[in-house]
Design a protein around this ligand. Structure first.
Ligand code: ADP
Length: 561
């Protein structure tokens, strides 16, 4: 850059000076020529006016130092000359252009080289009448030739141009050095920035415009470096977090090459960190996992599934990262959870079984005591024992139903009419329906494929709640609808309703919004949990809509997708 700047600047200045020189030489030369032309015309005019046969031509010598006056006869011979020594009098002058021009009545100046004097001469002639004849009065003066003019001007020009060139060279060098030094500092700053290690340094000042730019660059560099630092910190934190979480995580790009893998995932797949940038096939052979990643990469399909690897159970999430080509796979080890859940289920089932037998015995003994009792006071206690054992047996019955549903592997479905089940449920609940003067309606019908007792359990639990948590004189409607896609059963009531916060929890085991009310109505807190288990077993969709104080609507969509 430095060289080029020197070269172009010097070249342009040299061209400028040369053009200026040529133009000045030309203009001065033309001016001189014009002055000489005017002068010679005036001198000739004056001589012509004063000329007559008696004029002493030698007196014209005084007209001007360099001026020469010649009188030429109409035949072309020289009659008189202010410098007689220089001429050949006999030579005919009629063919000279200035004489011909004067003869034709349109006198004009002409210049030509004079062999005798060795210079360019400017000629002008006028035709002057003398008596019956005429003569030509011709004047001539020497003019400097343009080459000579140039030759004379060239040495001072070369001197001046050299002086200018030297001054320009010194000035440009100083200027360019200052700018180059400034850019050098900027370059070093930018290089340090691109190397990731911003090193601020004082930037030398030059011209205000460039100073402004360099200050801007310096400010931007500082901001960029701050952003880099913040990003680097974030990256370090992210790496720390990623490598310290218990979940395995890896990310693949559109070609299924591994972009990132954390420590936990390295352990799960038993690989070393150099697996990064290699293809997914080097990491895992499991078809289920590779297929899920393939579907996510090509079809953007997210999946969640369980996978057993080296004797451990993992919950695998395959997900596309938004606005990128990247697919993320997270493996959460759920082996302990699954084992704990299994243990809980076993305990739940065993405890229910173990409690059922003695409770049934207590119930039997209590009935015997009731039959043989003659004491009126004892009768109250016997009644309490009977009520509480009944409640406990119902609870144990519900607990057993849940554990049975959890352990059901094979289902033997038969066609079941939903309206038949709904009407029979109404009959079962008739006592409480009548007590509360509830209007209970069943509309529509459809047949679903399921084990019969599951459908009874499902409809009974939902409808029982609709009646239990209803007001005196309330309404319950079981609507059964069927279209080409699915069968739908909706149980709606205009009872007490459920608040939005409670709606997500009521499907949990033993969860009751109002425990006293549930107990009073004979609830165990397991009804909706049983409903949820049945739906999960068949893949049916269960949903609930409710408004506090207005009523509840529970819907089961009998389709397995
Ligand atoms: P419970 O045996 O106590 O009825 P469920 O599992 O059937 O247990 O229901 C859980 C809780 O959800 C109930 O205690 C009740 O508070 C609330 N609930 C269920 N259905 C309704 C309904 N139709 N209207 C109002 N509350 C309801």
């Amino acid at each position: 850059m430095k060289k080029r700047l020197f070269f172009y600047t010097t070249y342009i200045i040299f061209l400028g000076l040369l053009s200026f020189f040529v133009a000045s030489v030309y203009i001065t030369y033309t001016n001189n020529l014009n002055i000489a032309k005017n002068m010679i015309m005036e001198i000739t005019q004056i001589c012509a006016e004063f000329y007559n046969e008696n004029t002493d031509i030698s007196s014209f010598v005084k007209v001007g130092n360099d001026t020469r006056i010649t009188v030429i006869s109409s035949e072309g011979t020289v009659l008189a000359d202010s410098r007689p020594l220089d001429i050949n009098a006999a030579e005919n002058r009629l063919d000279r252009p200035e004489i011909r021009a004067a003869a034709s009545g349109s006198p004009e100046t002409y210049s030509r080289y004079s062999e005798t004097l060795g210079v360019d001469l400017l000629y002008y002639a006028l035709k002057v009448n003398v008596g019956d004849s005429y003569v030509f009065i011709r004047a001539s003066i020497p003019v400097t030739k343009i080459e000579i003019f140039l030759n004379r001007s060239l040495p001072p020009f070369i001197f001046l141009i050299s002086l200018f060139a030297l001054l320009c060279f010194i000035f440009i060098r100083a200027t360019v050095n200052r700018i180059v030094e400034q850019f050098g500092s900027i370059e070093r700053i930018l290089r340090s920035l691109s190397g990731g290690e911003y090193k601020p340094e004082p930037i030398p000042e030059s011209y205000e415009e460039i100073n402004k730019i360099t200050r801007e660059i310096d400010d931007i560099s500082f901001i960029l470096q701050s952003s880099f630092d913040a990003l680097r910190d974030e990256k370090t934190k992210l790496h720390y977090i990623l490598n310290n979480i218990s979940d395995g995580l890896f990310v693949v790009n559109g070609d299924k090459d591994i972009e990132l893998i954390n420590t936990a995932a390295l352990g799960i797949f038993n690989v070393t960190p150099d697996i990064t940038e290699k293809n997914l096939n080097y990491l895992v052979y499991d078809k289920m996992l590779t297929d899920a990643v393939e579907e996510c990469v090509t079809l953007l399909k997210s999946t969640l599934f369980e996978l057993t690897l080296n004797g451990r159970i993992y919950l695998v999430t395959v997900k596309r990262l938004p606005d990128t080509e990247l697919t993320m796979v997270v493996l959460s080890d759920v082996t302990e959870n699954r084992e704990n859940a299994k243990r809980r289920e076993e305990f739940f089932a065993n405890a229910s079984h173990e409690l059922k037998t003695p409770l049934t015995a207590i119930k039997g003994f209590n009935e015997l005591t009731e039959i043989n009792n003659r004491d009126e006071n004892l009768g109250k206690y016997i009644e309490s024992i009977s009520r509480e054992t009944e409640r406990m047996l119902t609870l144990i019955g519900d607990m057993l139903k849940i554990s049975e549903l959890e352990n059901t592997k094979d289902i033997k479905p038969v066609p079941v009419s939903l309206s038949k089940v709904a009407n029979e449920t109404r009959d079962i609940l008739s006592t409480v329906i009548n007590e509360k003067s509830i209007i209970f309606e069943v509309t529509g019908d459809a047949v679903v494929e399921a084990e019969q007792h599951h459908i009874y359990e499902l409809v009974k639990n939902i409808a029982e709640n609709a009646v239990r948590y209803n007001n005196q004189g309330g309404k319950v409607l079981i609507a059964i609808e069927e279209n080409r896609k699915a069968v739908c059963l909706t149980v709606s009531d205009d009872g007490i309703g459920i608040s939005p916060e409670e709606q997500t929890r009521i499907f949990e085991r033993f969860y009751r919004v109002e425990k006293s009310r549930s107990l009073r109505n004979g609830g165990t807190g397991l009804g909706l949990s049983i409903v949820k288990h049945i739906c999960a077993l068949y893949g049916w969709k269960l949903s609930l809509k409710s408004k506090l104080g207005l009523g509840t609507e529970v819907t089961v969509l009998f389709s397995d997708n």
